[in-house]
Design a protein around this ligand. Structure first.
Ligand SMILES: Cc1cc2nc3c(=O)[nH]c(=O)nc-3n(C[C@H](O)[C@H](O)[C@H](O)COP(=O)(O)OP(=O)(O)OC[C@H]3O[C@@H](n4cnc5c(N)ncnc54)[C@H](O)[C@@H]3O)c2cc1C
Ligand code: FES
Length: 293
């Protein structure tokens, strides 16, 4: 069930470099929202046409009792700058919750559950960690969080409170381990068992995570970000190439020739089984695990 609502802004809190946590009153959305789903916001003043398209943001937190939905966003352009200027009591038009979220059933096997976030990919994984905290024994979630610099890491205290371990990496080494977040992930997977990986972040990072999951034969769910127009499956603007679950190209064309299959990130995703998006041969997964990219 999705809703279109004019929501009251309850709070707009600075959350780090150019980032904000926006809390909206949206009781019907809070009641049904699942980790990994997103909302689509009109980011312009009433009467204005600019920017025309809604902007998608992951649900960072939802509180059914209080009827609130929170978003964590970085100001990168016109739409997010408009959002950042909203003060409590003003209203914003919201469509959601949209898309398919993470499948939490895969976390129930008793093995460690690995969350891997890059940059603003931390937003949906925070919501997921909150949901997992209420259904898993303490300490079963390990949260890997990478960013370009220490300045871009957000809300570390809150993440540390949700996860058994929080492992930080930065590209420039200004905080945590220097280098990609997939390096400690690879080390951990080589030494310890794990049950499932959930990931959201830049596409190259997701590809590396998917390759590691394939190498260790682990279920892996990835949340994709594509530019979106309608958000509801009507414009086909967010199509992405997908493959069958076994890593082979989807529908096969006449004469056995490969013909691509496409999925819509807004309605078929944004969360996909990693093998649907990143088919990986054994050789490729070895290359990723050895850190060649
Ligand atoms: C399902 C989904 C969930 C998302 N969740 C979050 C979130 O929780 N927090 C967050 O900060 N951002 C999130 N994003 C990205 C966010 O939608 C864009 O940053 C936002 O739409 C930019 O709007 P703008 O008008 O401020 O920038 P624009 O003026 O439209 O663009 C500014 C820059 O951002 C880039 N950009 C615009 N849209 C996207 C996009 N969809 N993906 C990647 N780059 C983009 C443009 O290429 C340009 O370089 C999500 C995107 C998707 C598809
Ligand atoms: S954004 Fe229109 S189909 Fe996905």
């Amino acid at each position: 069930m999705k809703y279109q609502l004019s929501c009251t802004v309850l709070e707009q809190r600075p959350a780090g470099a150019d980032c904000y946590e926006l809390t909206l009153l949206a009781p019907p959305v809070a009641a049904v929202a699942r980790p990994g789903q997103f909302v689509h916001l009109v980011c312009r003043a009433p009467g204005s046409q600019d920017p025309l398209l809604r902007r998608p943001l992951s649900i960072f937190a939802a509180n059914d009792r209080q009827g609130t939905v929170s978003l964590l966003y970085r100001v990168v352009g016109r739409g997010t700058a408009w959002l950042a200027a909203l003060s409590p009591g003003t209203r914003v038009d919201l469509l959601g919750p949209l898309g398919h979220g993470f499948d939490l059933e895969q976390a129930r096997g008793g093995e460690p559950v690995l969350l891997v976030a890059g940059g603003m990919g931390v937003a949906p994984l925070h919501f997921l960690a909150t949901a997992l905290q209420s259904q898993l024994p303490a300490g079963q979630v390990i949260f890997y969080y990478g960013a370009a610099t220490g300045r871009q890491l957000l809300l570390q205290d809150r993440l540390a409170a949700l996860a058994g371990r929080l492992i930080i990496c930065t590209d420039d080494g200004s905080r945590g381990r220097a280098g990609p977040v997939t390096a400690p992930l690879a080390d951990n997977l080589a030494a310890h068992p794990a049950g499932v990986i959930y990931s959201c972040g830049p596409r190259p990072m997701l590809e590396a995570v998917a390759a590691l999951a394939a190498r260790h034969n682990l279920p892996c769910q990835v949340s994709l970000e594509e530019k979106m127009a309608c958000g509801v499956g009507a414009c086909l603007g967010c199509a992405c190439r997908t493959y069958r679950g076994d890593g082979q190209v989807g529908a096969s064309g006449a004469g056995g020739q490969e013909s691509p299959s496409y999925s819509l990130v807004c309605t078929d995703g944004p969360v996909f089984d990693a093998r649907e998006v990143f088919p990986v041969s054994g050789q490729e997964s070895d290359r990723w695990a050895e850190g060649e990219k």
